[in-house]
Design a protein around this ligand. Structure first.
Ligand SMILES: [Cu+2]
Length: 267
C-alpha cells in the first residue's frame, strides 16, 4: 500500500525528468526558445506539485484525531475571513503572473523576435514550396530562373536538402486534407491546408540527417508520412542542387499537369 502510494507520487516526477532530458537533438537557431518554455512549465508544475503534496501530507499527519482533545479535531472554518481571502488571492496571483504570465510574455517575445520575424530576402535565403499530400511531401525549389512554377524547377519527393547557417523559408499547401509539417529538431511545425498558403522559416546550425514528420492525423497511412531533411555545408548543398536540377530537367514532362503544382512565390 505504502509502495503504491510512493509510486503514484513519484510517477509525475519521473515523467518530468524524461521530458527534460529525452528530447530530440536541437539543431536550430531558435529551437531553444521552445525548450525554455517547456523547461519553465515542467519545473514550475513540479514545484507546485511538491508543495501540494507537502500540504496534503501535513494535513494527514498533523491533523489527525487526538483522543484526548476531541474538540480540536472538530475545529474548522469556511475560509471566508479577510485574511484567508487575501492569502488565497495572493497565492493565485503569484502563480498566474509568476508562471502563466512569464510563459505568455516570453511566447510573444519569441514570436516577434524569431518565429514571425521572417528574414528579409538575403542572398543566402533558401525558398521552398511544399505540397503535402496523402501520404508524402513534395518539395519544389525555384531552379536557375528563381521563379516557381516554371519548367526548370527542382522537384523532390520526401527529400528536403538545405544548407547550414542559412535561413530557409517554406510555403505550404495541401492537395487533399490538412497535414502538419513538423520539424522535431527545429521545435517548429506548421499546418498545410488545402486552398490556403501557410508559411514558416527556420535555420540550421548543424549538418546531418533528420526527420520531417506529419503532426496532423491525415488518414490511414499518416504514420508513413515521413520525409528526410538533409542539412549540408553550403558547397555540398550547391553540388546537390546542381545534380537535383539536372535530375528534375530529365524527368520534366510538359504534358504531366499533375506534376506542375508550383505557384508564384508571393512575398
Ligand atoms: Cu499528413
Amino acid at each position: 500500500m505504502r509502495k503504491a502510494a510512493v509510486a503514484i507520487l513519484l510517477a509525475p516526477l519521473a515523467a518530468h525528468a524524461t521530458l527534460l532530458g529525452g528530447r530530440p537533438v536541437d539543431v536550430s537557431l531558435d529551437g531553444h526558445r521552445g525548450d525554455w518554455l517547456f523547461d519553465v512549465t515542467t519545473i514550475s508544475v513540479t514545484i507546485l506539485f511538491l508543495i501540494m503534496v507537502a500540504i496534503m501530507l501535513g494535513a494527514v499527519l498533523f491533523h489527525r484525531e487526538k483522543p484526548d482533545d476531541q474538540r480540536k479535531f472538530g475545529e474548522h472554518d469556511h475560509g471566508t475571513s479577510r485574511s484567508h481571502l487575501l492569502f488565497t488571492a495572493f497565492i493565485s496571483l503569484t502563480i498566474f503572473f509568476g508562471v502563466d504570465g512569464v510563459l505568455l510574455a516570453s511566447s510573444y517575445n519569441s514570436l516577434h523576435e524569431a518565429f514571425w520575424n521572417y528574414p528579409t530576402a538575403a542572398a543566402n535565403t533558401v525558398e521552398v514550396e511544399v505540397m503535402a499530400q496523402q501520404w508524402g511531401w513534395n518539395f519544389r525549389y525555384s531552379g536557375p530562373d528563381h521563379k516557381f512554377g516554371t519548367a526548370d524547377d527542382v522537384v523532390r519527393f520526401n527529400e528536403l536538402a538545405i544548407p547550414k547557417d542559412a535561413p530557409v523559408t517554406v510555403k505550404l499547401r495541401s492537395k487533399d486534407v490538412i497535414h502538419s509539417f513538423y520539424l522535431p529538431n527545429f521545435r517548429t511545425k506548421q499546418d498545410a491546408i488545402p486552398g490556403y498558403t501557410t508559411k514558416l522559416w527556420f535555420q540550421a546550425t548543424e549538418t546531418g540527417n533528420y526527420e520531417i514528420g506529419c503532426a496532423q492525423h491525415c488518414g490511414v497511412n499518416h504514420y508513413r508520412m515521413r520525409g528526410e531533411l538533409h542539412i549540408k555545408e553550403r558547397h555540398d548543398f550547391d553540388e546537390w542542387l546542381t545534380e537535383a536540377t539536372a535530375d528534375s530537367a530529365r524527368r520534366y514532362d510538359p504534358n504531366d499537369k499533375e506534376a506542375q503544382w508550383g505557384w508564384d512565390w508571393e512575398s
